[in-house]
Design a protein around this ligand. Structure first.
Ligand code: ACM
Length: 624
């Protein structure tokens, strides 16, 4: 009993400590000192390092406080902000860590390297109001504290798919801006797929002249959109010129973000084949898919492509083509990795083609999977010959990989576990915790997609599975596939707040993760996003509905993970008003023509949207 009381008290103390700030990701160490720094008109910048990057980051912060009409030159009695790099490295901080000290009279930010200064500024920004519009009139107040902070993982990534829908350079930069605020440091740019080739390759101009454009279609992507007609105009799309790409790379580097470009081969290549149909086995003319249904998925991971969308691995011309592509990609991108895709490649056309079969026989290749492994090892050689390391989706594990090749585990964690056991570097980005295209709330209020991933579930993500040597886990990544995400505002809606949760998982010590503290902080960040005019999902407020059958009757369980909230519901077709029917536990849904209606309330105000589920759908949910 005494132990129990002690643990409860410790928990309460821990929560009080955590509740002192709203920094996401949670810092390694935050100690409040009871002082308050007030910035009225001046904050004197004292840049004590000559490091160019650190000076660039200090200038970025200058610009930020400029927005609050704060003068940054020396002034009598004004607080100071000192920025410095450690002469003697602080081994605890590593390359990206920092210490930030705030007292009543000064702020001091130190790090071993400029990247740490950048990260420290992101924390400092979170200690300030989100925008001048929401700043108090009597000065910016910062609670005094000492923060020591550094990341748990070196790969903290988000992936943006710009093929399924195209996003402009400015939109990509906006996406990068938000990533940087939450200390992500890898932007995985999914540049090619069946629905558009988005990177200029000067030696292969048709890739963007033809492959970047498709017919305009609306309606359900991959389901009901009609296939293009012959000679139909292809107005939808776009691509990035190499100059634009260099600009984005530099922009990201100025925010401590490395870009990993993905050229997804041998599958997912319909746009490339629209430009160069001779690179497929059938050599038939192809089109850039507008999201028409050209594949069948059988629910057990198997699938069939109704149109060939893979490069022909038995054709030397394919490797000549890829050599040209990767030469230009490697020259453009300074990062150490190039992503070669490798996912969801259909082998049927290969296995049926007489020339490919002949090739397989000659090279003692048993089946399509082995042929894909042959392809992967050829591409590995091409990419490594350009001085880059290879990373690919977990399908590349089917064959033997070069020692340095990294694996991105997406089909759950098992690929990552297998790769780590084989001593390959691993990035964990499993569908189960990190797929940001899955809907965040009830399907009745979200856009249609076949799977759901709540904020709570993303927060459970642990990138180092039991029994795996942590040294092989580079980190993790959230993936935003954009089949059903046509605009950047909606990309933000889908990415956040789940990316906040991923950022905390990938940066903060495992022992510092705490849902109650995280959700409280997330609510503060909801206000910050609102203030900056970025719409993000608040589906976490909404009740989660579970329908089940017991003794031939239908029951409903409602839940949410939001502190200080109540769930109300009705089954009499009325609005679930505050003070009405409060949810206390599972209840029976009686027969009759009725809807379940439910909503969360706090302090007599509705939180989140109302969920309305018809009788028909309730019945359907039992069967699932
Ligand atoms: C993937 O989601 N096909 C990597």
């Amino acid at each position: 009993m005494r132990n129990l009381l002690l643990s409860i008290m410790l928990c309460l103390v821990a929560q009080t400590i955590m509740a002192q700030h709203s920094i996401i990701p949670e810092p390694v160490n935050y100690n409040g000192n009871g002082e308050t720094l007030i910035i009225k008109d001046n904050l004197a910048f004292n840049v004590l390092t000559k490091d160019k990057e650190a000076i660039e980051y200090a200038n970025q912060f200058k610009e930020y406080v400029d927005g609050f009409s704060i003068n940054t030159s020396k002034a009598n009695n004004a607080p100071t902000l000192s920025i410095n790099l450690n002469k003697k490295k602080n081994t605890e901080l590593g390359t990206e860590g920092y210490t930030l000290k705030v007292t009543a009279s000064e702020i001091s930010l130190t790090a071993n390297e400029a990247a740490g200064i950048f990260n420290g500024f992101q924390t400092l920004k979170q200690l300030l109001p989100a925008t001048p519009e929401v700043a108090p009139a009597d000065g910016l107040k910062i609670a005094g504290c000492t923060i020591t902070d550094y990341p748990r993982f070196k790969w903290r990534g988000l992936m943006l798919d710009v093929s399924r829908h195209f996003f402009t350079v400015d939109e990509v930069k906006e996406y990068i801006d938000k990533m940087a605020e939450y200390k992500f440091n890898v932007f995985h740019w999914h540049l090619t797929d069946d629905n558009g080739w988005r990177i200029e390759i000067k030696s292969l101009p048709k890739l963007t002249e033809i492959g970047a454009w498709r017919v305009e279609r609306f309606g359900r992507f991959g389901e009901t959109r009609p296939t293009p007609k012959a000679d139909e105009a292809t107005p939808y799309g776009g691509f990035y010129t190499q100059e634009q790409i260099k600009d984005v790379i530099e922009y990201a580097a100025n925010k401590n973000i490395t870009i990993v470009p993905e050229i997804d081969v041998p599958g997912h290549s319909m746009a490339a084949l629209a430009a160069y149909p001779e690179l497929a086995t059938d050599k038939k003319p192809k089109y850039v898919s507008p999201g028409d249904k050209f594949s069948e998925w059988y629910g057990d991971g198997t699938f069939k492509m109704l149109v060939e969308n893979a490069l022909n691995p038995s054709d030397e011309k394919v490797y000549e083509f890829l050599d040209k592509v990767f030469t230009e990609v490697a020259e453009l991108f300074p990062g150490e990795y190039i992503h070669m895709g490798g996912d969801e490649c259909y082998h049927g056309y290969w296995e049926e083609d007489p020339a490919v079969r002949e090739f397989m026989k000659k090279h003692d290749i048993a089946d399509g999977e082995e042929l894909q492994s042959y392809f992967v090892s050829r591409v590995e050689k091409i990419i490594t010959s350009k001085g880059k390391k290879v990373i690919g989706w977990d399908e590349i594990l089917a064959g033997e990989l070069a020692k340095n090749t990294a694996v991105m585990s997406w089909q759950g964690m098992k690929g990552g576990i297998k790769a780590a056991k084989m001593e390959h570097p691993v990035v964990m980005s499993p569908t189960t915790f990190a797929y940001l295209d899955y809907s965040q709330g009830d399907h009745n209020v979200e856009n249609w997609i076949y799977a759901k991933l709540s904020l709570e579930k993303t927060y459970e993500f642990e990138p180092v599975p039991e029994g795996v040597d942590a040294q092989y886990i580079l980190g993790g990544q959230g993936n935003l596939w954009t089949e059903v995400i046509p605009t950047m505002p909606f990309a933000f809606y889908m990415t956040y707040p789940r990316a906040l949760s991923l950022s905390e998982t990938l940066w903060s010590p495992k022992a510092k993760k705490n849902w109650n503290s995280f959700i409280k902080k997330t609510e503060v960040h909801f206000d910050r996003f609102d203030a900056t005019g970025t719409n993000i999902s608040k589906a976490v407020y909404e009740p989660q509905v579970k329908i089940y059958e017991k003794d031939g009757k239908m029951f409903c369980e409602l839940s949410n993970s939001i502190p200080n909230s109540k769930i109300y519901y009705t089954i009499d077709n009325t609005y679930p008003v505050n003070f009405g029917n409060e949810y206390k536990g599972a209840f029976e849904i009686p027969n009759g023509e009725l809807n379940l209606r439910t909503q969360t309330f706090r302090n007599n105000k509705a939180l989140g949207r109302e969920i309305i589920i018809s009788r028909e759908e309730l019945t359907a949910r039992i069967k699932k």
